[in-house]
Design a protein around this ligand. Structure first.
Ligand code: ADP
Ligand code: MG
Length: 588
């Protein structure tokens, strides 16, 4: 038998890589804009025709490339941005994989004209389906112009799969906005089918936001600024009264890179708690600066997800800084351009990185279980024991005493007090309940609803269609109802009538953003989004029956200690803990 394994030709390998990196014209736009930013350009023009399907061109006045670099840039894994593995921990540039140009050239007709400012002649390279057809000296402006024609010309399936021009243009605009917001110091223009749509002057973030979003944004913005040793946070949030029904204007940038992060989004939304009308989403434009060694940008090929070493600390810093900004704004409601600088806050409330208080806990200990005594497991055994807990004994009910700060349920068993975090406990409960439903793949008894019609944007509709089978299993009785519309006629138990629209929106939101805990399958992602959307929230008043229900149901969970994000669901106040508190507070 002859050997049968071969290395793929570069053109094929590049096409495969392109499948990951370049999904649609907007992906090419993103890569080219980022290359121009990385090249240090202070002026960038994006030209698109036919929603990028026939032409995408990016012209910059950056560093340009030498004759041989211009050719080299199309090789796979060819990059000037990193050379050693440890450079991966110092990344400040947008690119570093060296894949974008090779990928684009595999699936389009590409022409590059480039000249280094200090050189007299420039270089022209044309390449089509990974084959170079021209590589010669040419006269051209300093900087680089890359034009990409007929994207997917050699992959008809991909080309046919592209959405309408309106929808592809929307994606392109999103990418343009993200780069423009991340780099207000760079002058940027957009020319669409021969029409100049944007000409953005170099300026500060506030000016850039108003130039992109409209002048009326100026009065809507509240500055956020926080300096800590682990991160600095700056940017703007929209005043609560301008919150919108759609989640359009929510931007996080980490080291000037746009990211999506449901967990950090939650931090902002949480800071707005109680200030937003039902079903509204706050706007925000938040820049996070952090030491690149404390994040991993390498987890996603198109890099809109990153991983923070210390996600929780960042969560609380963001929440606190948004809260502070909102507080300041309440005392000084009118802000204008000139006041912007007066708002920098020199002394931080976090002068030291927050460190978790040391508390000795026994993670395997379950107060909901009554046994004569709970032997403390050795620290190693602790974790596994947590997952093996059963509730075989019949336990007497917990006595519910009341709610603390509208967030915690105080209850007692016969030995100690237990504080339940209502939100994370309810999330745990619902998570286990819905998981069973998904697995049994039978839909549950529903509460009937007078049919409610919900309309979506086309892309959201596509998403909902995909999720529909699982949503049905979870108890949403829903059907397609014409163009971009569904009709809902039944709800899962526990979902209040009238809240179905908000909940579907939240599920969609949660599903689109990365729910904390990456790499989870779509059904798990849906499950988590669903549970997050319908669980009671901190700050919500509960009546006695509801508190009792949460306490009882938590007790019956198979893993009652944490919700699915790892947040504790309860703490116990045993007599010795209480005694300790007294000791700490005493003078002697
Ligand atoms: P990456 O950005 O990950 O390095 P790319 O394939 O996007 O990979 O680009 C390859 C290389 O080509 C870059 O590292 C850079 O040296 C060069 N390059 C690409 N675009 C430009 C540009 N607009 N100006 C100057 N150099 C560029
Ligand atoms: Mg690049």
């Amino acid at each position: 038998m002859p050997d049968i394994i071969r290395l793929l030709p570069d053109s094929v390998a590049n096409q495969i890589a392109a499948g990951e990196v370049i999904q649609r014209p907007a992906s090419a736009v993103k890569e080219l804009l980022e290359n121009a930013v990385d090249a240090g350009a202070i002026n960038i023009t994006l030209i698109v025709k036919d929603a990028g399907k026939s032409l995408i061109q990016v012209v910059d006045n950056g560093s340009g490339m030498s004759y041989s670099d211009a050719r080299m840039s199309f090789e796979r894994h060819a990059t000037s941005k990193i050379s050693l593995a440890e450079d991966l921990f110092k990344i400040r540039s947008k690119g570093f994989r060296g894949e974008a140009l090779a990928s684009i050239a595999a699936i389009a007709q590409v022409e590059v004209k480039t000249r280094k400012p200090e050189e007299e002649t420039g270089t022209l390279v044309t390449i089509e389906g990974s084959t170079v057809s021209q590589h010669e000296i040419t006269a051209c402006n300093a900087g680089t112009s890359v034009s990409v024609k007929n994207l997917f010309f050699n992959i008809p399936a991909r080309r046919n799969f592209l959405k309408s021009n309106a929808s592809e243009t929307k994606h392109i605009l999103d990418e343009f906005n993200r780069v423009a917001l991340a780099h207000p110091e760079i002058a940027m223009s957009l020319v669409q089918d021969g029409l100049e749509v944007f000409r953005l002057q170099s300026g500060n973030l506030r000016q850039r936001i108003t130039a992109l979003m409209g002048n009326n944004y100026n009065e809507r913005l509240v500055p956020v600024q926080e300096e800590t040793t682990i991160v600095s946070v700056e940017g703007f949030i929209g005043k609560p009264e301008f919150a919108r029904k759609s989640r359009g204007e929510q931007f996080f940038f980490v080291n000037r890179r746009y990211i999506r992060d449901a967990y950090l989004n939650h931090a902002v939304v949480n800071a707005f708690e109680g200030l937003l009308p039902q079903g509204c989403f706050p706007s925000y434009f938040i820049m996070i600066n952090i030491d690149p060694s404390k994040i991993d940008v390498n987890i996603h090929p198109t890099k809109t997800e990153i991983k923070f070493d210390d996600e929780r600390a960042i969560y609380s810093i963001i929440r606190a800084s948004v809260k502070r900004a909102l507080g300041k704004f309440a005392v000084a409601p009118s802000l204008d351009f000139d006041q912007e600088h007066a708002f920098s806050i020199p002394v931080s409330m976090y002068s030291k990185p927050p460190s978790a208080p040391k508390i000795n806990v026994n993670p395997g200990y379950n107060p909901f279980k009554e046994s004569a005594h709970n032997p403390a497991p050795s620290s190693q055994a602790g974790r596994s024991q947590l997952f093996e807990m059963r509730q075989d004994e019949d336990i007497s009910r917990l006595k519910v005493a009341g709610q603390i700060g509208l967030s915690f349920i105080l209850c007692f068993n016969d030995k100690e007090a237990i504080l339940i975090d209502q939100q994370s406990a309810h999330e745990r409960i619902l998570y286990e309940e819905f998981k069973v439903r998904f697995e049994k793949s039978q839909s549950v008894s529903q509460q009937d609803l007078f049919p409610v019609v919900m309309e979506f944007s086309h892309s959201d509709f596509e998403q909902i269609r995909e999720l529909m089978p699982d949503l049905r299993k979870s108890g949403f009785d829903m059907d397609e109802f014409g163009r971009n519309t569904v009709v809902i006629s039944g709800l899962p138990p526990g979902v209040n009538k009238g809240s179905e629209k908000r909940i579907i929106e939240e599920i969609l939101e949660g599903f689109k953003n990365n729910v904390p805990g990456n790499d989870i399958n779509p059904r798990e992602k849906l499950l988590r989004s669903l549970v997050t959307a319908i669980a009671v929230k901190s700050g919500q008043k509960l009546d006695e029956r509801e508190m009792q229900l949460i306490a009882d149901k938590l007790r019956h969970c198979s893993q009652p200690n944490f919700n699915f994000t790892g947040k504790a669901t309860f703490v116990t106040l045993a007599p010795d803990v209480v005694a300790n508190l007294f000791k700490q507070r005493s003078l002697k």
